[in-house]
Design a protein around this ligand. Structure first.
Ligand code: GYE
Length: 325
């Protein structure tokens, strides 16, 4: 399947180069500028789908041949994909590690094969700093801080004395899960009004968001004041459960989400979500530029964080531009 996809992409890249006239040497018209192997985590969210589409589009724009593999949410599939990229002798490998641990062996194999590796979106945990070249991804800690700061402002506005929070987290041991939680807790931790009832793993999935919310309502009932959910998908899964239990999301329960996909923004506009922190999936341009630099032996920036904002009921939400994911 991916071979088919790759040949389509290679063909398109060649076509683009042909049309724009930049592929006028014998060699250029046969080869893309570089061959990039990219292992994507899966299709768990609008964010992830938007991220894959953006990487495909930017590969076309930059004349990069893309071998794209979808790991269907399994680390072992990502490891196998990286091994295939090595066997295929791609110029550069990129991947979004589903979790932080367990990459040293396969990355050592890439290093021994002389293939540079770019981390996209998420980080790894390793004591060997030379296994990857750089990380292109969001500042998840800051996203947690923005979520926490919103809650502090909201608590002041409503004059609340005690605030009971439930947290539905992303995939355990993934960078966004750990850093969003840390940023949020560091921001609200010193405020005596804040009381975290429970943090529960929703794995970034809509179905799990619904399950977690059912459990939380069964357990804590009407004492829940705030849901902090680590992504829009889980939030969208949780909202109907809140309504079924007879509560109004956005009014009886403050809802804070992360990603900022169109569906969540539309719900924010309806008043059922109070705050959505942006996490942009548009990492493709920086990825292509970095891969091309690595191919030509140039230095690359170690860490590239996109600029991010938040959207909330404190602003005129009708002014929010279409999100594109
Ligand atoms: O928030 C979530 C996705 O790693 C930033 O993964 C990404 C997260 C994103 O599935 O929706």
């Amino acid at each position: 399947m991916f071979i088919k996809k790759m040949s389509v992409l290679l063909f398109t890249a060649l076509l683009v180069m042909g049309i724009t006239g930049c592929g006028n040497t014998e060699k250029d018209s046969k080869d893309p500028k570089l061959l990039l192997g990219f292992s994507q985590i899966g299709t768990e969210s609008a964010w992830r789908i938007g991220n894959t589409l953006d990487i495909e589009q930017q590969a076309e724009n930059y004349g990069v041949g893309l071998m794209l593999e979808n790991a269907n949410q399994k680390q072992e599939n990502q490891i196998a994909a990286i091994r295939r990229f090595i066997a295929y002798k791609v110029d550069v490998i990129a991947f979004s590690p589903i979790v932080e641990d367990g990459w040293d062996n396969v990355l050592k194999e890439a290093k021994d094969a002389g293939i540079p590796v770019i981390l996209v979106d998420r980080d790894i945990s390793t004591d060997k700093s030379d296994l990857t070249t750089c990380l292109i991804g969001a500042d998840f800690y800051n996203e947690g801080v923005m979520a926490g700061e919103y809650l502090l402002r909201k608590a002041d506005e409503l004059g609340l004395e005690q605030i009971n929070i439930v947290e539905i987290t992303g995939t355990e041991n993934s960078t966004p899960m750990m850093q969003r939680q840390a940023g949020f807790f560091d921001t609200i931790g010193a405020d005596e009004r804040m009381n975290v009832l429970e943090s529960i793993d929703g794995d970034f999935l809509k179905s799990r968001g619904a399950e977690c919310m059912r459990y939380l309502i069964d357990t804590y009932g009407d004492s829940i004041d705030v849901v902090f959910s680590h992504n829009d998908e889980m939030t969208i899964g949780a909202l109907p459960e809140i309504e079924k239990a007879g509560f109004e999301p956005g009014k009886d329960i403050i809802i804070i989400s992360i990603d900022g996909g169109q569906e969540a923004i539309d719900i924010l506009k309806q008043g059922k979500i109070n705050c959505v922190v942006e996490c942009t999936p548009k990492l493709g341009k920086a990825l292509m530029e970095t891969a091309l630099k690595l191919k030509s032996g140039e230095e690359v920036e170690k860490l590239i964080h996109p600029e991010e904002v938040y959207f909330s009921d404190e602003q005129d939400t009708s002014q929010i531009m279409p999100r594109g994911y």
